[in-house]
Design a protein around this ligand. Structure first.
Ligand code: HEM
Length: 453
């Protein structure tokens, strides 16, 4: 019992750069943790620019300029070459990476998949996953909640995409994705700081198998579903199979279906798991918040597992999730490549410049947030919305995350259920360190002492 910690002043944060670094030092830091190349100035200034090797880059934290990048001048700022290099081998030219007309028709065809009604219909799968998680946690003791949440959200995403296909080996898919992310994410570090593309990326040598396996599993599931027809409650695969762009009447072919479903898995599974694990860590960090959350969950659920119908009655749960997404945004770094000259914050942007939105720094910017490094769910009390473009856990503008509502409902159902049944406590010397791989991960996991109530 002695190694359980009471709350401290601030939860762990990334140590940001305060001096000018040369390319080698930047490279070393970026290999360790990409967030460590964010200068401290990015939390105090509207924009920080620099050059690493041949790449001119800008980090933009000014909400107006961000609005220009994500909305007003969207076509000038497609996803960066880096993002595409990383993701294309896995998810093809799917909605996440496509641009222009090819992106637009896919987004229109897929939008109906994520209506509130369809998500509510799929929510029993989230409720069931929360229940199964409770069974796993019953034994109590020290449990890595990051590992647990990855299992739980994978359960959800695999059941709303390839469920019932008979060919689904969730462990195989999970490991394939994990290996892929782990290997490919390292490429980005080279690219972002401007190592030329001809330098061999060691990890590329290991990818093909994991990728092939992921694609094979997806293809088999789609074939099976086409043969056997839709499920009684249509899941994401059924809905996407039905999807049609209302303007061009175009429907997805086999490869497009597969790439978009894999996108949902890659984009939706680990991000939601991270949201939940950081939220649980923060609840352990601040037992008062945890008690308040438990009170809310307890009075709404009365011992039941949470459902989609409970979500409106769980405002404090939502506040805690929003604050976890502010402090530890899973997509902590978004980058674009300028197509033509432009001006941001009075500064010249040239064609081919890398324009980055360091969401981690934006969410801790001193002009935008009071006591930015402190955990305080009250920031979001009474439906308070931060200034537009200052809070971007799901991005913004036309390319805002298509799964934001899906993820929020899932996180609420799982967090409320777990907190109503278990107590979570921090352990001495085992606070997670935020590290950016492709997402913002807790190094060392999130080991917490779990006790059934
Ligand atoms: C807490 C969980 C999640 C977080 C933090 C998150 C974050 C993001 C962010 C920041 C973007 C914009 C990236 C950019 O502008 O460069 C994005 C886009 C996207 N996300 Fe999510 N996401 C989450 C869950 C999901 C889920 C559950 C799904 C699907 C089931 C999903 C599917 C997508 C797709 C398809 C896009 C690309 C949209 C487009 O470009 O039109 N995400 N997400």
């Amino acid at each position: 019992m002695t190694d359980i910690l009471k709350s401290g002043a601030e939860p762990p944060k990334v140590k940001l750069v305060t001096e000018v670094w040369g390319p080698i030092k930047s490279l070393m830091a970026a290999r360790r943790n990409i967030l460590e190349i964010i200068p401290m100035a990015a939390t105090k200034q509207p924009m920080v620019s620099g050059r690493t090797g041949s790449v001119r880059w800008h980090m933009v934290m000014d909400p107006k300029a961000i609005g220009r990048i994500l909305k007003e001048n969207l076509d000038n700022y497609p996803k960066s070459d880096v993002t595409k290099n990383i993701l294309k081998p896995a998810i093809g030219d799917s909605m996440f990476v496509a641009e222009g007309a090819h992106w637009r028709w896919q987004r229109r065809a897929a939008s109906p998949v994520f209506t509130h009604r369809n998500i509510a219909n799929l929510a029993p799968i989230m409720t069931a996953a929360a229940d199964v998680t409770c069974d796993r946690l019953k034994a109590g003791g020290v449990i890595d909640m990051y590992e647990e949440m990855v299992k739980t959200t994978f359960d959800v995403i695999s059941n709303v995409t390839f469920s019932g296909s008979g060919t689904m080996d969730s462990d195989a898919v999970h490991h394939a994705i994990d290996r892929y992310i782990d290997q490919t994410a390292r490429i980005s570090l080279f690219d972002i700081i401007g190592v030329p593309t001809w330098v061999p990326r060691p990890s590329r040598m290991f990818q093909p198998n994991a990728l092939k396996q992921m694609k094979r599993i997806a293809d088999q599931s789609i074939e099976n579903r086409k043969k056997h027809g839709a499920k009684p409650v249509p899941d994401l695969l059924d809905l996407l199979l039905e999807g049609e762009d209302p303007e061009t009447k175009r429907q997805m072919n086999m490869a497009e279906l597969r790439d978009n479903l894999l996108t949902f898995i890659v984009a939706g599974h680990e991000t939601t798991a991270l949201t939940l694990s950081w939220a649980l860590y923060l609840c352990a960090f601040d037992p008062e918040v945890q008690d308040k959350l438990r009170k809310e969950a307890g009075s709404v659920l009365q011992g039941r597992v949470a459902t989609a119908q409970d979500c409106d009655a769980l405002p404090y749960t939502e506040q805690v999730i929003k604050e976890a997404l502010r402090m530890y945004p899973p997509a902590a770094f978004v980058s674009r490549t300028a197509q033509a000259a432009d001006e941001l914050c009075g500064r010249q942007i040239r064609r081919k410049d890398t324009v980055m939105l360091p969401i981690y720094a934006l969410h801790r910017h001193h002009d935008l947030w009071e006591n930015p490094d402190q955990f305080d769910p009250e920031r979001f009390a009474d439906g308070h919305r931060p200034e537009r473009y200052s809070y971007l856990p799901f991005g913004d503008g036309p390319r805002i995350c298509i799964g934001a509502q899906f993820a929020t409902i899932e996180a609420k159902i799982i967090l409320a259920t777990l907190i109503s049944r278990f107590k979570f406590e921090r352990l001495k010397g085992r606070d997670p360190r935020p590290v950016m791989v492709l997402t913002l991960r807790p190094e060392g996991g999130v080991p917490l002492k779990v006790t059934q109530i």
